[in-house]
Design a protein around this ligand. Sequence first.
Ligand code: HEC
Length: 504
Amino acid sequence: MNKISIITGAVILLAGGYYLGKSGQQPATVIKVDSQPKAAFTSTGVEEMAGVQGATVRSLVTPTSGELIVVKDGESIQDAVVAASPGAVIKVMPGTYKETVYIDKDNITLSGVIEQGKYPILEGEGLRNDAVLYSGNGVTVENLYITHYKGNGIMGQAGNNFIIRNNFIVDTGVYGIFPQLGKNGIVSHNIVSGIEDAAIYVGMSDHVDVVFNQVFDSVAGIEIENSRHSLVESNFVYNNTGGILAFVTPGLPIKTCGDVLIRNNFIVDNNHENFAIPGSLVSNIPAGTGVLVMACDDVVVEGNIITGNNSVGITLTDFSLAGNAANDPDSEPNPNRPRILNNIMQDNGNDPAPAVRAVLAAMLETTGPDIVDTVGMDDGCILNPERYRTIGLDKYTECEFSTTANVASYTLPEPVPARSMEDVDKGKLVYYGVCAGCHAYGSRMVGPPTQIIQALYMDNPEGIAEYAANPVKKREDYPDMPPQSHLDDETRMAAARYMLKVTN
Ligand code: HEC
């Protein structure tokens, strides 16, 4: 491993020497070096922190080919991606980049170079929707400072084996980091703040670790939604409306959420006023929510420090917070088999949000509890229940195990195969990968329900494709739809056709 890092270092120096001699606007510099194919650019921070913490976090490695492209201030990152072959490492030098970067190739490493504390800045200027969108497999995105985008900071659309780490994402739209429909990935050491929905949002994905991130000043800190096998560990989550959420959003194509381990996080003072887009699911989260488990099964909460959350420390509930999305017959609403191991919980519930206060008042309570189960599950367990103020946990038993120390990571020991493009209906992929981020079948998300759009555009996929390319304001009570003009005509048409035929 050392040998490989030495090679990497030399490459950077070489590249530095190359462009330092030039001035003005240069096209991205492509340098081929003889490093071994699949040379491993290993996780830096994860391993170091794993040592410090005494935890063992598996470090995923995305393959590289030895091709290196250096992008410097004044050049375009997207040009470099276009020039890159699969396996390329794209190094982005400090500077300001006003663009959206689409990565539709496999095994691309997009890596910012930080010099004297200066990051490469992706600047959305309040105009652009997304900073980085990837759909390739084996993609790494690291060391970027992303700000002022309207939609997503870093979004993955069905890419597997991904690494998103060491990024700053500041005041950027609806989702900060949003891998969707991905398998096997790590989101680590990012600092994300000022997000209208979820700072880190793992959507319809499997085997993702969210570790060592700092998330604050957002509506939802970390959201594990319709996903399975996720480890949320050692994150610092504060001053959001809700800290860590594991839930099922009804109406999405993947109906289940389960096997989520929320461990060793600081979940502190999540009392931010809810500033979500009205009507979105997270707009229903009461301020002062530490952990929220909604309809997600087999969630384990262990070793967290949960303090100063003014409504409730941990809430377990069904779709009562899902608003009008709740009537999806295919989603089972109960948070089955919750397990609450040892946590430190203090000073929660001191000033409940109005909705929570009303529920408490019915029980003649004025302060919120450390833990509430609104359903009253009878298959849950808790260790040392006497340590906490609880409501609705009467049927919980003592857990049969006391730690999850045997679980180091939920990522997989081997990379999962790339999805085969031949097998995938392009329209389906784009619909679920892009459109479904805002449009659910039967319920309102960011955009109107797909069912309504089907009624409006019955036999007219062209109309949908055209609208998606150039949306105009139609509804006062919805935000603007960002233009999907980054998709080519054929792709937009495929998505439009799929949108008309999807049935749930
Ligand atoms: C970032 C969120 C977002 C994404 C992604 C998105 N939409 Fe939308 N969409 C919206 C919003 C918000 C509206 C409502 C806009 C309005 O009524 O002013 C909307 C409305 C629409 C409409 C209704 C137009 C009408 O005549 O009423 C169509 C059709 C549509 N979107 C298609 C798509 C397709 C196809 C995709 C994927 C390629 C897509 N959208 C992706 C947010 C989004």
